[in-house]
Design a binder for this molecule. Structure first.
Ligand SMILES: [Zn+2]
Length: 188
């Protein structure tokens, strides 16, 4: 290309260049935040909980709470004069109000494969569960006596599996155990 070809055409208007700096247009407009919608439950319709918006950690905690209540209530006996439910510790036999008892895990709670297994979790008093760290020898004997000799091996295998519960599955389990706890409490 020759030098002539590079020269600016004198008749051509110079392009307009803005010299002052201005923030881009989208930064100049302030958009007010959207008001949060609060779900209004309609009569006769159960408000559906969307587990997508609830953090997994919260769902696990909710399920732990309701599952523990279910375990402590499932074999509880009704004391008639007081009209209260009492549960029996599976490892020492002490009988106490169900709210004073614990849900003792045979395979530790850290194993998600058996964390909410109904065979793996049984009523224990605080002395056996906390101070005696599960009272494992007696607990193992109880497990074999109640669920059969193969239970310990089955639970050991299940404990080391990774079930990978989705948030939806956790929510379904919460709903199911909430319903079962309500039934047990209403029955007395
Ligand atoms: Zn006990």
């Amino acid at each position: 290309m020759t030098k002539m070809g590079m020269r600016r055409d004198p008749l051509k208007k110079r392009p307009y260049i803005r010299r002052t700096k201005r923030p881009p247009y989208y930064k100049m407009i302030k958009i007010p935040p959207k008001p949060k919608k609060t779900p209004v439950p309609r009569a006769g319709v159960v408000p559906s909980v969307s587990p997508i918006s609830i953090p997994r950690k919260i769902l696990v905690k909710q399920l732990d709470t309701v599952f523990s209540r279910f375990i402590r209530l499932r074999y509880a006996t009704l004391d008639l004069p007081s009209n209260e439910l009492f549960a029996t510790c599976v490892t020492c036999g002490v009988v106490k109000h169900w709210k004073e008892m614990d849900c003792g895990h045979y395979e530790g709670r850290g194993h998600f494969g058996t964390r909410w297994d109904e065979r793996n979790c049984n009523v224990q008093c605080k002395r056996c569960n906390i101070f005696m760290k599960g009272n494992y020898t007696v607990y193992a004997l109880y497990m074999v006596r109640t669920y059969g000799p193969e239970v310990l091996e089955q639970l050991a295998l299940k404990a080391n599996s990774s079930p990978g519960f989705t948030r939806y599955e956790l929510q379904l389990m919460i709903d199911d155990y909430t319903m079962r706890v309500d039934k047990l409490l209403k029955a007395c």
